[in-house]
Ligand binder design. Sequence first.
Ligand code: HEM
Length: 538
Amino acid sequence: MENLRAMNISPLTIALLGLLIVGFIVYVVFTVGHRQKGFPPGPPTLPIIGNIHQIPTTGAHLKFTEWARNYGGIFSLKLGTGTAIVISDREIVKNLMDKRSSVTSDRPPSYVSHDLITKGDHLLVMHYNETWRKIRKYMHQFFREAECEKRHIILQDAEATQMILDFLQEPDKHNLHTKRFSNSIISTLLFGLRTPSYSSTHAKDLYDIMERWSEVMEPGNTPPVDIYPIFKYLPERFFGNWISRATGVGTDMERLYSNMIARYKLNAQKKRTHECFFDMLSRSQEKTKEFTDHEIAFIAGVQLEGGSDTSASILTALVQAIIHWPEVQRIAQMEIDKCVGEDRSPNWSDFNDLPYINAIMKETHRWRPVTPLSFPHCLSKDEYVNGYYCPKGSTIILNVWGIQNDESIYPHPEEFNPSRFRAHKLLAPDYAVSDWKLRDHYSFGVGRRICPGIHLAERGVWLGIAKLLWGFKFEKVTEEGRQVEMNINPKTGYTDGFLHCALPFKCKITVRSEERMQTILREFEQAEKIFKEYTGDQ
Ligand code: HEM
């Protein structure tokens, strides 16, 4: 005070300054973190932080589902100055996310994923802009239904054949075989480069990078910079060098993806029967030069990532389900055995004759969705939803878990019961555009951001399920005379983070007959010829 007087500042100015500071503090305490009038309801808030303290760092989907029961199909959360709108009602999903997708297709800001790790060039976290549209156009061109149906399915069938051979030869490594399967499909389709073994370097590197990305993103490992940007300016050593770790992941990603593109270029002269994604993209890029090298690397990367862990996690959940519910396994095998003999494994032309397999696939997506909270969208304009005011910039969270565990739609939701989908004879993309009451599940997301790999994923997963059930009996293992239970508890049995996958578990997998074993070996010889058509290897 003496100092201020010495600076010749009048007591009135000091008093006004003090009043201003107090006023500002009062304003912050009474507004920041508070839910404004007209917003969707939600749990009580605390000044400044809002609901942050109530959101668990793991299993947030379970908490959101509990809140949906209390506050309804649309509720809001305050995250500091920001707002998140959580949707757990199918009609609202349709009306907002699909019908008003022109204003619900942006992504919320993500300093770590968008700015630090991917420099904004990663389709999944990219804002809804012209570059996003251009990349989606290329993906659509290559992965649209007709292309999957005519061309990619041939490779998928061959890769599924190797997967059942792998299950035959090393049943204990079942969770690695599903990963190899999905990674090899996407890597071959992108670059003509296969993943012959689960220990292939590029696949191991990819899974390692994805794990590190997920770790950096875990709450507690990074300060909440998107909510309180001031954290960006604190020395990073206070938070375990989070900036260096994040940029390290970004550098390793770019290195891996660029390296795969370099390998593709080395092989570009090889004679392949089937054109790969990069043949198409490179041709166009030569003319237009529309993408930077960094963008090109991440166009490859996002597809490698998107196509790898997701399908593999669904197949692993399937293995758990058919072991825990042996009756489902029995019915499925009866259906397959009626239509497919022992002298060949099922293929895509059997799809219409095996509706129970389609129902199993849908039930697996419902029972253990890979992304139980999908991936957040962001509202780019003020909107009214069911009479509630939702401000521009709100994060929109699709509570897939909540919807797919709603008793009123799926009685006894914890039970794996494919018969729920008996009437759903078509694939997921058909129901994504149908009336909301008919939609099968939300595993592939919604609106314009819906997974661009949906046609490919549906066919790959279906083939995987059909061939596995045709070939093998799946059971619990017995140790010291007692059956070992798998942990299928949604709270403790799955990885945390953005992608949920079953933690490693033991099971007994045996081939159903000698003849089936011979068929697998014979079909694999054919599969090897197909691989050469896609890679150009002699
Ligand atoms: C069972 C397998 C799969 C599941 C469950 C799955 C799920 C999802 C989900 C939930 C999203 C976010 C959707 C949204 O924001 O509303 C997404 C986006 C994406 N997926 Fe998939 N996916 C699968 C397979 C694939 C495959 C095979 C590819 C590659 C061909 C792929 C590439 C992508 C890409 C690039 C995005 C970002 C799209 C964007 O933000 O515009 N996914 N996926």
